[in-house]
Design a protein around this ligand. Structure first.
Ligand SMILES: NC(=O)c1ccc[n+]([C@@H]2O[C@H](COP(=O)([O-])OP(=O)(O)OC[C@H]3O[C@@H](n4cnc5c(N)ncnc54)[C@H](OP(=O)(O)O)[C@@H]3O)[C@@H](O)[C@H]2O)c1
Length: 343
């Protein structure tokens, strides 16, 4: 921790970019510094961060490859969303003590003008689920499965990054729809969660040299629907096992985010199978949030929807925890516990 704020100013911590990462971001690419606690102006909220969400899209946001973000410059605070508590509201519709999901950046306290801020009912579900299974990753899974893939009972449904928040939720939604669900994940531990906690019918570890054979054995009739979170070789392998008329939702390319040059695909199988490839951007589906949230909260309470979290504690742990996420070591939704739920 470097740099002190002027004396007597109440201080807090924030994480800034030190230099643009090359490849997998390293803890050293960031620095944790003290900053003065901001004062809310009229129309603003002062929020105290409880859980900071770490998500793969931040890799693109840092480098200027995410939905029109300019690249960060050294010294910029790292962007990110949090589950936070309003400490002081000067904005109509929000009260002191309210819990919100808001863009805060990697900070202990942040101002918000309320755009994009969503209130969270602390009685409805554990607060941290607002960043995972009941939040943006959950809505992404809902959009891909319920709105785009629309699987039928008996279909074989495959999903990659199967132990992550999007993949695990997508697979469980497909199971609720009556599909045979096969996960693809990067370790035996992740596969054990997919078939145990999440109830998938099978899960294949793509780091095993014969994983394509294992996938074929797990999908003897071929693949009707594939929810792709990773791109690259995994996408290529599943395209080759699609059934005629199969559908692929392209949700993410996490195998490519740390590469300078993305690997190419060979799309012959798409033609041969008369397949459909559908791109997914979660922000197009925000208007379905209330419906998703009502259904998913009920399934969560009934135990039909489950989740895993990969937690670190204290804001200064965010850079190392982001390294862990971006090198595929996380098991479950990546988040940093920045402060207690009740102050
Ligand atoms: N389109 C949208 O609107 C939208 C919205 C939200 C998320 N997404 C995308 O959905 C995907 C899953 O996101 P998530 O939030 O659920 O996070 P996540 O699954 O926890 O993402 C990290 C996981 O990605 C996998 N991965 C595969 N190849 C990797 C590589 N080369 N390096 C690092 N990790 C690798 C790893 O799991 P394995 O070991 O199992 O491979 C890792 O644990 C991401 O691609 C994300 O960008 C898209």
């Amino acid at each position: 921790v470097g740099q002190n704020p002027p004396e007597d100013d109440p201080a807090m911590l924030e994480v800034r970019l030190r230099r643009l990462p090359r490849g997998v971001p390293l803890p050293d690419d960031f620095e944790t510094v003290e900053a003065a606690l901001p004062e809310p102006a009229a129309g603003q909220l002062l929020c105290r961060v409880v859980y900071l969400s770490l998500d793969p899209y931040l890799r693109g946001a840092i480098s200027g490859r995410h939905l029109g973000h300019a690249p960060l410059r050294p010294g910029d605070v790292v962007p990110g969303r949090s589950l936070a508590q309003v400490v002081r509201s000067r904005l109509a519709g929000f009260a002191d003590g309210d819990y919100v999901v808001a863009e805060t950046g990697w900070r202990e306290h942040a101002l918000s003008a309320g755009q994009g801020a969503r209130k969270v009912d602390p009685a409805a579900a554990p607060l941290s689920t607002a960043l995972g299974v009941l939040g943006m990753p959950g809505l992404t899974a809902w959009a891909g499965v319920v709105e785009l893939l629309r699987p039928r009972a008996g279909d074989t449904f495959v999903v990659s990054a199967a132990a992550g928040p999007v993949g695990s939720t997508a697979g469980q939604l497909a199971r609720i729809a009556g599909c045979r669900v096969v996960g693809i994940a990067g370790s035996a531990e992740k596969c054990a969660h997919a078939t145990g906690l999440f109830g998938f019918d099978a899960c294949v570890d793509y780091k095993h040299p014969r994983w394509r054979d294992h996938l074929a054995a797990a999908c003897p009739d071929g693949v009707d629907g594939y929810f792709d979170n990773v791109g690259g070789d995994t996408l290529q392998a599943v395209l080759e096992q699609l059934r005629p008329g199969g559908t692929v939702v392209l949700c993410g390319l996490v195998s490519q985010y740390n590469l300078d040059a993305p690997t190419g695909l060979s799309l012959g199988p798409v033609i041969a199978r008369r397949a459909r490839l559908l791109g997914l951007v979660v922000y197009d589906h925000e208007h379905r949030f209330a419906e998703f949230h009502t259904r998913a909260s009920a399934w969560l309470r009934e135990g039909r929807l489950r989740y895993l979290e990969d937690r670190a504690t204290g804001l200064p742990s965010a850079p190392a925890h982001f390294h862990r996420l971006m090198s595929g070591q996380n098991v479950g939704k990546s988040l940093v516990v920045v402060g207690p739920e009740s102050a």
